[in-house]
Design a protein around this ligand. Structure first.
Ligand code: CA
Length: 287
């Protein structure tokens, strides 16, 4: 019997306007009423997730920063795995040198360089001038979505962070240049102390090697005294794979890439068709 359901946010619980539908909210409430724990598992920062849930009456456990943090339903931090300072400095200095737009997810804010948004505009302009016939509307949409998070704090350089005692949970690098993304992936994929994942087409994200949505799900299940054989997970992207593989029952969203669908037990509806509600109801029906 499923006692714990892990639900990704973007492309999963959220629709294209980054909102939670009424049907999805009702399904979560039904699960909670039936003593099923729901945990939101996202790459987003905890305070950003709080803003998204602000106008709902739902409180859940929250796995944030791709598994680097776990917060209790009452908002207390239960578990965290920051990136080693030296590793963070090495990553950030390289990203700056390569003119990346980046975001540093910390316990205080999402730090991002002052000139970062300008760098993305330059990338978009280059793509536009190289392919004048192609619409860049989807790129503008992706950038807008990226900037719509809450909790940004602007810095001149990563050096501004050196003197602070912030815990860095997750570093997100974002680019519209595929070659640049490949180069970044190749630079970090073999670093033994880091986890690298991709949550969307234009990014890669770095965490401590002991931080992933899958590891966090296991830690939480253990805390709640729930067997992994009584867990389920639903998601749409590569940063969900660790938890989709860890959970007993896994569902890929209808809008997920084929590779994710192939890794799951089942495929539910898309994020604009209340796929999460559909999956939750299928679980409670079987129970
Ligand atoms: Ca997602």
């Amino acid at each position: 019997m499923v006692k714990l359901i892990a639900v990704d946010l973007d492309g999963t619980l959220l629709n294209e306007e980054s909102q939670i539908s009424k049907k999805n909210l009702e399904a979560i409430k039904l699960a909670q009423t039936n003593d099923v724990e729901v945990v939101v598992a996202t790459g987003r920062a905890y305070f950003d997730v709080q803003t998204i849930f602000k106008n709902t009456d739902i409180k859940t456990w929250i796995i944030g920063a791709n598994g680097a943090t776990i917060h209790q339903p009452n908002g207390d931090l239960f578990h965290s795995v920051p990136i080693n300072k030296q590793d963070a400095i090495a990553i950030l200095s390289w990203l700056e040198q390569e003119d990346y737009y980046y975001e540093v997810f910390s316990n205080h804010a999402i730090f991002t360089p002052q000139n970062g948004r300008e760098l993305l505009t330059i990338e978009m302009d280059r793509i536009k001038s190289a392919n004048p016939e192609v619409s860049i509307e989807h790129l503008e949409h992706a950038a807008k979505k990226q900037f719509s998070q809450t909790g940004f704090s602007f810095i001149n350089s990563y050096r501004d962070l050196l003197e602070t005692d912030v815990d860095i949970y997750n570093i997100l690098a974002f680019s519209f240049n595929e070659e640049k993304l490949r180069k970044g992936w190749a630079k970090f994929e073999h670093k033994k102390d880091l986890t690298i994942v991709k949550s969307a087409k234009h990014n890669f994200e770095l965490e401590h090697k002991n931080a992933s949505k899958g590891i966090a799900l296991e830690i939480l299940a253990n805390e709640l005294k729930i067997n992994l054989s009584d867990t389920a997970a639903v998601g749409d992207s590569f940063n969900d794979l660790s938890m989709l593989k860890k959970a007993r029952r896994s569902a890929a969203m209808g809008n997920a890439p084929q590779e994710i669908k192939n890794s799951c037990d089942e495929v539910t509806l898309s994020n604009v068709e209340d796929g999460v509600a559909h999956f939750i109801y299928s679980l409670t029906k079987d129970a």
